[in-house]
Ligand binder design. Structure first.
Ligand SMILES: [Zn+2]
Length: 274
């Protein structure tokens, strides 16, 4: 069994001009895969590093460009995703555990695979190295990769936000915090599917939330509402307090448990009442 410690960089929507729209089917498009293969003793076997040519967000988001130092002409010469993921998949091999810092990268990896119709990669064995580090340091807030590198006094030799360089730092952290217990390996695909079912169920309920006046706590009538992916907005007017109320409900997650959290606030409009 090998460990595949990987890191991704992705490009995302940026409104360069009026009429530019994000693709709701793919929010984070992978532009770089960096990975290190380790054996059971956590010794390095080989590396993987590819720049990927985006097809949805072809022009680099200026923020991402600044952070990663990857520009539009560089990604334009990259490998198409399906070709890249095919070679990544064969490099990963059959008996491997995918490992990454946090959950963003594995989620984006699966989203991109689904979007581009590649279903051969398995997400059944996964280690969240950020979570191992949090247990190790008894932390409750998710730390950045940079902060973990600093705390563990890992030598910084290459810039952050390059996928392969970040994968190297994640390997350094992994070697310091991993106790080789099999508990660390989770079936991410199964957990994620269960989460998606829970989120769908909560989405059916989110617009049923009552809207209350934050001042007098009365339930008031909704006079406007709209839903935005995992958020629900409603408006109302408390005739008792003579105030406009804005209600927001959102699906949130706390240590793996999903729930709807609602907030009612006094809504101040720029219109001055007569
Ligand atoms: Zn009221």
């Amino acid at each position: 069994m090998n460990y595949i410690v990987f890191d991704l960089e992705f490009n995302m929507f940026f409104k360069f001009k009026e009429g530019d729209l994000a693709n709701p089917e793919l929010k984070n498009e992978i532009i770089q895969i960096g990975a290190v293969k380790l054996n059971e003793e956590l010794e390095t076997i080989s590396n993987f590093d590819l720049i990927i040519k985006p097809v949805i967000y072809r022009r680099m988001n200026p923020y991402v460009k600044r952070k990663t130092n990857i520009n539009t002409s560089r990604v334009a010469q990259g490998t198409p995703f399906v070709k890249a993921i095919e070679s990544f998949h064969s490099w990963v091999g059959d008996d491997s555990v995918l490992c990454s810092w946090g959950l963003d990268d594995i989620l984006a990896l699966r989203d991109n695979c689904l979007f581009f119709g590649f279903d051969a990669l398995s997400f059944d064995k996964f280690i969240n190295i950020q979570q191992l580090y949090m247990k190790f340091g008894n932390l409750s807030k998710q730390p950045s990769l940079e902060s973990a590198v600093e705390v563990l006094e890992i030598e910084v030799s290459t810039p952050f936000h390059d996928a392969l360089s970040d994968a190297f730092y994640t390997v350094d952290i992994f070697r310091k915090v991993y106790d080789f217990s099999s508990d660390a390996i989770m079936n991410w695909e199964k957990a994620q599917k269960e989460n998606e079912i829970k989120i769908e169920a909560l989405k059916q309920l989110i617009d049923k939330a009552a809207i209350r006046c934050p001042q007098c706590d009365r339930i008031i009538q909704k006079n406007g509402e709209f839903t935005k992916t995992k958020k629900y907005f409603a408006f109302g007017f408390c005739t008792e307090c003579n105030i406009q109320i804005r209600h927001i409900s959102r699906i949130t997650q706390k240590s793996g448990e999903y729930s709807i959290v609602s907030n009612n606030a006094i809504y101040v409009t720029s219109k001055v009442s007569e």
